[in-house]
Write a protein that binds this ligand. Structure first.
Ligand SMILES: [Mg+2]
Length: 177
C-alpha cells in the first residue's frame, strides 16, 4: 500500500499573507523543503489542498494562485513536480461548496482515484479548523501546526483529543517513519 500527505498551504508550508496573489510574497517556512523531501523519500505522495476564497471574493484570479503555487514549487528547489496533485478551492464562504475545506471531497476523490493509498497511513496537515475537519471527515490521520494565525490548541478538534499538534511542518515531517 502507498500513502500520502494532504497539505494545507497558507500558514502550514508558507507564511499566511491572506489572499496572496503576488508570487513575490511567497515565504516558505524553514525546514519545509527538507520535510517534503523526507516524506517523498519515505514513499509519501504529496497533495496540496488550499482554500483560496480570495478567488470567490473577486480579490484575485485562479491564475494568480497558479503563479503563486509555481513560485512556491520553484523556491523549494526540489525535483518537480513537487506535488502529485493540487486542489485550489476557490469558493468564498456562503458560495456553493465544491471543494472548500472542511469538505473532505478532494481527499475522498484522491483516495478513490488512487486505490493503492492506505487511508490509515495518510495525513491531512494544516493550521486551521477547516483543515482538521476535512481530514477527520475523510477518516485519515490529522495533524495541526502552530505556524498559522490561530493556536490550534484552542480548536475543538484538538481539544477533543487525537489530533497531535506540532510547532512546525518540519517538526511533523521529522516524525514520519
Ligand atoms: Mg492555512
Amino acid at each position: 500500500m502507498s500513502r500520502a500527505l494532504f497539505l494545507d498551504r497558507d500558514g502550514t508550508l508558507i507564511i499566511d499573507k491572506v489572499y496572496l496573489a503576488d508570487p513575490a510574497g511567497v515565504e516558505i517556512f524553514p525546514g519545509v523543503a527538507e520535510g517534503l523531501q523526507r516524506a517523498r523519500s519515505l514513499g509519501y505522495k504529496l497533495f496540496l489542498f488550499t482554500n483560496q476564497s480570495g478567488i470567490g471574493r473577486g480579490l484575485h484570479t485562479i491564475e494568480d494562485t497558479h503563479r503563486v503555487n509555481a513560485r512556491f514549487e520553484e523556491r523549494l528547489g526540489l525535483p518537480r513536480p513537487v506535488f502529485d496533485g493540487i486542489c485550489i478551492a476557490p469558493e468564498a464562504p456562503g458560495q456553493p461548496i465544491a471543494y472548500r475545506k472542511p469538505s473532505p471531497r478532494f481527499i475522498l476523490e484522491t483516495l478513490a482515484a488512487n486505490p493503492s493509498l492506505d487511508p490509515t497511513q495518510c495525513w491531512m496537515v494544516g493550521d486551521s479548523a477547516a483543515d482538521l475537519g476535512a481530514g477527520l471527515a475523510a477518516n485519515i490521520n490529522v495533524a495541526a501546526v502552530q505556524t498559522g494565525k490561530v493556536d490550534p490548541r484552542t480548536l475543538p478538534e484538538v481539544k477533543q483529543g487525537g489530533v497531535p499538534v506540532f510547532a512546525t511542518f518540519a517538526d511533523f515531517a521529522a516524525t514520519l517513519a
